[in-house]
Unconditional design. Structure first.
Length: 96
């Protein structure tokens, strides 16, 4: 799998915010479906966010690992949302 050369920050925000706002824990497959990405794109962005410490995979005693937002990921999400609001305006008004 090729690494992302220029990650789309909208996609990163969508992925991080999907984990943050989920009312239940999400497996990799559930997160892929909830974020609306195809498998290849999802795997690339999941790899990026896990390698950067924004998301983590946790076994939590389950058959399938769950995806969790790390404190660093929460801070990054807030930073990206503020920056994107400054640039594009109210499109991000539903995010924190």
């Amino acid at each position: 799998m090729e690494p992302l050369q220029r990650p789309d920050l909208y996609v990163v925000v969508r992925l991080l915010d999907t984990v943050r706002t989920s009312e239940r824990t999400l497996s990799r497959t559930q997160l892929q479906i909830a974020s609306g990405m195809n498998y290849t794109q999802f795997e690339r962005y999941l790899h990026l966010t896990v390698c950067r410490g924004l998301l983590a995979l946790s076994d939590a005693g389950s058959e399938h690992p769950i995806v969790v937002l790390t404190p660093k990921g929460y801070d990054a999400l807030m930073f990206l949302v503020r920056g994107l609001r400054d640039v594009v305006g109210s499109e991000f008004s539903t995010l924190p």
